[in-house]
Design a protein. Sequence first.
Lengths: 117, 116
Amino acid sequence: ETGVTQTPRHLVMGMTNKKSLKCEQHLGHNAMYWYKQSAKKPLELMFVYNFKEQTENNSVPSRFSPECPNSSHLFLHLHTLQPEDSALYLCASSPGGGHPSGANVLTFGAGSRLTVL
Amino acid sequence: AQTVTQSQPEMSVQEAETVTLSCTYDTSESDYYLFWYKQPPSRQMILVIRQEAYKQQNATENRFSVNFQKAAKSFSLKISDSQLGDAAMYFCAYYAGGTSYGKLTFGQGTILTVHP
């Protein structure tokens, strides 16, 4: 596989469930991101990891818990979510690591469509 | 804080015609990057074109070109010879550069419909 792969593509969960979103990149990138895409709103950056270290948490509620075990994998653990958390969650990666011209070009996954009942 | 505004929620174009999508942004930086991303229905977002603010020449990628007006803080995307496959949501995005990896600021998006 190439590019950025996200699983599952669709997820329906209750407010008391615990689930996880997975992202894997096969591009040799060093930086990975979670973005939230809600209807009629701009994409919102949630978390940034650079060389497995979290470098950005954009005031995301603690019911969203990211995990980056290595530069190729990124998880978003979900628990006690609210209906307003229903959205498309996009994972992205970039060369990162101080690469001046490449650090800013994101490669996105297809997204995980989350519905919270 | 930087903001990106796409004032056209929806646009439509006839196949083979030309369409221009608008984007304005607000920043106090002098050096930055601008992007147009395309998100087809139920498919992943891909980079269409990018522009470095220090370059005066407008970027072009085949049928896609931009009109970058730095003083006016305007960054429009022109799609020539529109094709059915161009139908998608288009996002304008701003990046301040430096070590703010991946911290793009996106506009609200413009849905482009292409009529055969």
